[in-house]
Design a binder for this molecule. Structure first.
Ligand code: CDP
Ligand code: CDP
Length: 204
């Protein structure tokens, strides 16, 4: 079966948590496309040109807690405005989306650009304050951040860059289901998502 679930939304909205839970539940493969941009961003912090980095990414580049740091997140959102960087990453994402057995991809432009024909599109969001609070808890546990204010500033700066870039800006696809998790816990969000998915699943 080929079945693509596209999950987009702003930073720390709960896309990854939801995507993993959906993929587990359905036995689908999962791709965190943010990691591709984070890996390219991390290479630019080491002095590699962004376009070159995007063209030669390997699986090992997508590993490690260091990719989760706010510095790498900012670098990711800066390389993500470059059309050549985005273009270099398209084929891999599309091939992943159409693999046999079903796939869940999360990011910013999955439902709008990468997989405009995805069987299900979700746009996961929450207020900036809630998202920053969740991300702060996560990163302070790993010793990767010092203050809530820094995390909020990172989230706001990335949201702004992601929504206002010319190429593949962050926005809901016209046919996306909007899922605001500001007051939903993870099981609650999963229930809404699975309902939306079930409506599109072939019955056999
Ligand atoms: O992938 P994305 O950046 O959108 O978010 P995430 O990494 O899935 O979630 C960020 C943090 O928020 C994680 O620590 C989740 O456990 C938490 N979360 C939550 O508390 N409630 C939700 N409904 C969704 C996520
Ligand atoms: O986990 P979080 O939502 O904080 O970020 P991420 O999904 O790992 O994405 C990091 C950055 O990569 C984003 O701020 C975007 O600038 C960029 N990105 C993108 O442009 N397109 C995607 N499909 C995924 C990420």
């Amino acid at each position: 079966m080929r079945f693509t679930i596209a999950i987009d939304g702003p930073a720390a909205a709960g896309k990854g948590t939801l995507s993993k839970a959906i993929a587990d539940r359905l036995g689908f493969a999962y791709l965190d496309t943010g990691l591709l941009y984070r890996a390219v961003g991390a290479k630019t912090l080491q002095g590699v040109a962004a376009i070159e980095a995007a063209q030669v990414l390997v699986a090992d580049d997508l590993d490690g807690d260091a990719l989760r740091s706010p510095d790498v997140a900012q670098a990711a959102s800066k390389v993500a405005v470059l059309p050549e960087v985005r273009a270099a990453l398209v084929d891999f994402q599309r091939a992943f989306a159409r693999r046999a057995g079903g796939a869940v991809l999360d990011g910013r432009d999955i439902g709008t650009v990468i997989c405009p024909n995805a069987e299900v599109k979700l746009f996961v969001t929450a207020s900036a304050d809630v998202r920053a609070r969740r991300r702060f808890l996560e990163l302070s546990d790993k010793g990767l951040v010092t203050s809530f204010e820094d995390v909020l500033a990172d989230v706001r700066a990335r949201d702004d860059r992601d929504m206002n870039r010319a190429e593949a800006p962050l926005k809901p696809a016209k046919d996306a289901v909007i899922l605001d998790t500001s007051t939903l816990d993870i099981p609650g969000a999963l229930r809404v998502a699975l309902d939306a998915i079930e409506q599109q699943m072939p019955t056999s």
